[in-house]
Design a protein around this ligand. Sequence first.
Ligand code: UD1
Length: 341
Amino acid sequence: MRVLLTGGAGYIGSHTALALLERGHEVIVLDDFSNSHIEAVRRIELVAGTDIPVITVDLSDREATLRKVDCDFDAAVHLAGLKSVVESVAQPNRYYRVNLNATLVLLELLRERSVSNLVFSSSATVYGPPVNSPISEDHPVGAGLTNPYGWSKFMSEQIIRDTQRIRPDLAATLLRYFNPIGAHTSGNIGEDPTGVPTNLMPVIAQVASGRREKLSVFGGTYPTPDGTGVRDYIDVMDLAEGHVAALERNTAGVRSYNLGSGVGVSVLELVRTFEEQSERRIAYAIEGPRLGDLAEVVADPSRAADELGWRAKRTLGASCRDYWNWQVRNPYGYVSEHVSR
Ligand code: UD1
């Protein structure tokens, strides 16, 4: 398949590009590089040993996108969008404008080109605070969402569903990610957060490498085994392979799938596993809970196993090892000139 990969230079996009190439598919990366680097594409080319066409455009810009995407493709994987929960609270209009327009423009492009195979990057955020755990796809969505980022994922899912009703040939898969961690084993591709990271894994890695003094553990009295928050960490290469499985199995209609490991891991368990793999000490202090945080968010990934034949394969230790390997080899991410400053 020839796959248009929107947001293909980002953390999940770059790993998905590799997973697609490894399965023999062709990839066209579409990205505006507002929060990613062209170097990521060069690295994918290096690891995969192939050239990758790149379309540099802001997908939320309808005219520019319809003009610039002038090649044929068979399917689209849609990951382009803004992704910071904190930023979305401060800039709601920007988040809605970019994330919703990107989805609308892509759907128009697909219709214009008679492309019916779509995989959309959604989030476990759409479930809101879980009423039961683990969370299956039948869990209610939309109740209790607290930030525009989450709402933009929820609304994009709805836009795709409504579009499919008037376009019955559309085969759309909504992938609801849990907490992605890890990196490609080559150490050439990984997460390169801009600004100050707020997600747990990049913060732990910065403490391990000495760029940060300590980790603030948000909350130590949750009703969890050790009192710290429990999440479902999913290796980014497992996640990437989930996109490939979804593309290859897509049938007309809209179907949602959780991409998670099904295993709950506490903040302190992740810290300990990272310490083992990096052979570094992670200093931490237990502090008060972060506003809006939940005690436990864990996936029931059985639908993806039953229907897509996909399940998480990598261990937590392997994810920590690979994340650390990427960090050691690329201490400043893709912009290596920072090293000499
Ligand atoms: C967050 C987003 C979610 C997004 C996901 C991407 C919120 C409410 N949710 O999920 O929409 O899809 O990131 O990965 O922001 N923690 C610390 N110290 C830190 C950072 C985190 O203790 O410095 C803890 C948190 O309290 C939580 C766990 O680590 O228990 C994971 O946090 P994080 O990586 O930010 O992800 P989520 O909050 O689960």
